[in-house]
Design a protein around this ligand. Structure first.
Ligand SMILES: C[S@@+](CC[C@H](N)C(=O)[O-])C[C@H]1O[C@@H](n2cnc3c(N)ncnc32)[C@H](O)[C@@H]1O
Length: 501
């Protein structure tokens, strides 16, 4: 009997890079909690359930002295990833078709890893695979290693479970994933509309449908409709990890500025109820958050860490700011707005000096020592005060932290070189993974054509000449005027590479 094909071979799962899984992020969070993670520029990274390695390939390109290994049960995504690795000529990455249940016997997966990533696997596999996932992490984690595990969480997962039960009323055939899922979500909308407008149940279901429509039918097919789907509470997850010799120490991202943990009344009440137990506190906060998804970080049982953030670790980290600086509403004030719309306004001279300095250097990251030197020069703050200020701006999301400096450049070089991964990405679609490990949607045809020419051999004249012959339908004048802003956009978004040493 021929084995039935893996569903991930039949219905392609969209392949993206996830900034929260990047070793630089994992190292940052580890350092802030008092751990001593491996240096990002020379580490060993494993991704379990890596799909076609859209997450690992850009890392391998950007961090050439580190080693990357990935595996997945589905054969087709692995074959696509292997073809891409070959096309890019990367020698520091290997991906394999392996079942996690048999991974222990695979020589390429032996030894230990400094960072292990399991994105979108834990809650979407049968119990035996979930057990092995944590067991494998324990057995292959370096003593100072960090594990990233994302999962569907409770209590928010109850709503997804409810939506799933309704969606599962209909049998879903892989061949009709797209139309079938759409029909099912329409049915879910119909069920929601049976309730009066403003009704709590209706609001919850409609929000769930919105969420599904945003993620697309292929993702819903594999996530909500998978044979195995098991959201877990934070406590269940942390206990499960502990059974496997792993300890939860934090999430991969900071809570949003409006999170209940930053609301003084809620935080104080929960702290008291939890009796000083940080894990119980985290669980209670999840009820207040109605949390439905987590990206938890684990370390070996024996590792020493603190649940509280260690501001001193900022001295070892690098900073960037994605904010836009504009005049504020009152004399002397400045307003800082993030791409997603978060905004602060301040008249505080040190805050203005730090943010304006980082914004001028973005996307290049800056060390604490460099920020500190600028502030001292201006007689604004001593380093100890600066630590607290930066920590507050990190919590406000105005500053991003990194344990590694991405090889990007703020200044457009004479012969610009775009990341080979971005150029390769643009052959297949409009989404590129930048050197910052972010996703850039590049749909402007001139910028896309220009990107393909940025192989580091052409100066501006050569770029204009070759762009003109590639796009004869566009007026040369428009191309000449468009090159500068397009190069500026590509440098600001982390597509252009800094000259490598
Ligand atoms: C929901 S997808 C997530 C893919 C990718 N990590 C992401 O987040 O986009 C789950 C992945 O786990 C893989 N997987 C499921 N069971 C597995 C097993 N037993 N061994 C290895 N990979 C497995 C699937 O093939 C699929 O690629």
């Amino acid at each position: 009997m021929t084995p039935s094909p893996d569903l991930y071979d039949v219905v392609q799962y969209p392949a993206f890079a996830f900034p929260d899984t990047h070793p630089s992020r994992l190292a940052t969070m580890a350092l802030l909690h008092g751990l001593e993670p491996a240096a990002v520029q020379q580490c060993r990274v494993l991704e379990i359930g890596c799909n076609e390695a859209a997450n690992l390939i850009p890392m391998a390109h950007a961090i050439p002295r580190s080693e990357f290994v990935g595996f997945d049960l589905a054969a087709d995504p692995i074959a696509r990833g292997q073809a891409r690795i070959q096309a890019l000529g990367l020698t520091n990455i290997r991906i394999l078709q392996v079942d996690l249940l048999e991974a222990e016997q695979v020589p390429e997966l032996s030894g230990t890893f400094d960072y292990i990533i399991a994105h979108g696997v834990y809650a979407w596999v049968p119990p035996a695979v979930r057990e092995r996932l944590l067991g494998f992490c324990r057995d292959h984690l370096a003593p100072n290693g960090v594990v990233f595990v994302s999962y569907a969480a409770l209590p928010g997962g109850h709503i997804r479970m409810l939506a799933r039960q309704i969606l599962l009323l209909r049998e879903h055939q892989p061949e009709e994933a797209s139309t079938g899922v759409r029909e099912s979500t329409d049915f879910l909308k119909f069920i929601a509309r049976c309730r009066p407008e403003g009704d709590g149940f209706r609001v919850l279901l409609e929000r769930e449908v919105e969420n599904m429509e945003r993620r697309g039918p292929e993702v819903v097919f594999h996530d909500e409709l998978a044979a195995a789907y098991q959201p877990v509470s934070f406590t269940q997850f942390a206990n499960h990890a502990a059974e496997h010799g792993l300890r939860y120490f934090t999430e991969a991202e900071f809570p949003a500025p409006k999170d209940p943990c930053f609301q003084a009344d809620t935080a104080a009440a929960i702290q008291q109820l939890a009796g000083g137990d940080p894990l119980a506190q985290e669980q209670m906060l999840d009820f207040a958050r109605m949390r439905m998804y987590r990206q938890s970080l684990l370390c070996p049982q024996a590792a020493v860490f603190t649940y509280d953030l260690q501001a001193d670790a900022l001295r070892r980290l690098f900073m960037t700011s994605q904010a836009e600086s504009t005049e504020g509403s009152s004399a002397g004030s400045r307003s800082y707005t993030l791409p997603g719309g978060l905004r602060i306004e301040t008249v505080h001279p040190a805050t203005i000096a730090v943010l304006d300095f980082l914004i001028a250097r973005n996307p290049e990251s800056v060390s604490f020592a460099d920020v500190s030197a600028v502030l001292e020069q201006q007689g604004l703050l001593v380093p100890a005060e600066l630590l607290m200020l930066i920590m507050r701006l990190v919590i406000a999301r105005m500053i991003d932290l990194d344990a590694w400096q991405a090889p990007v450049t703020r200044t457009v070089p004479d012969r610009p070189l775009a990341s080979a991964v971005c150029r390769n990405d643009s052959l297949g679609g409009i989404h590129l993974t930048t050197l910052l490990h972010t996703t850039l949607k590049l749909d402007d045809p001139i910028a896309r054509q220009l990107l393909l020419l940025l192989d580091g051999t052409r100066d501006r004249d050569a770029l204009l000449r070759d762009l003109t012959s590639a796009l004869p339908e566009v007026a040369p004048q428009a191309l000449a005027e468009g090159i500068g802003p397009a190069l500026e956009l590509l440098s600001r978004t982390g597509v252009l590479e800094a000259p490598r040493a």
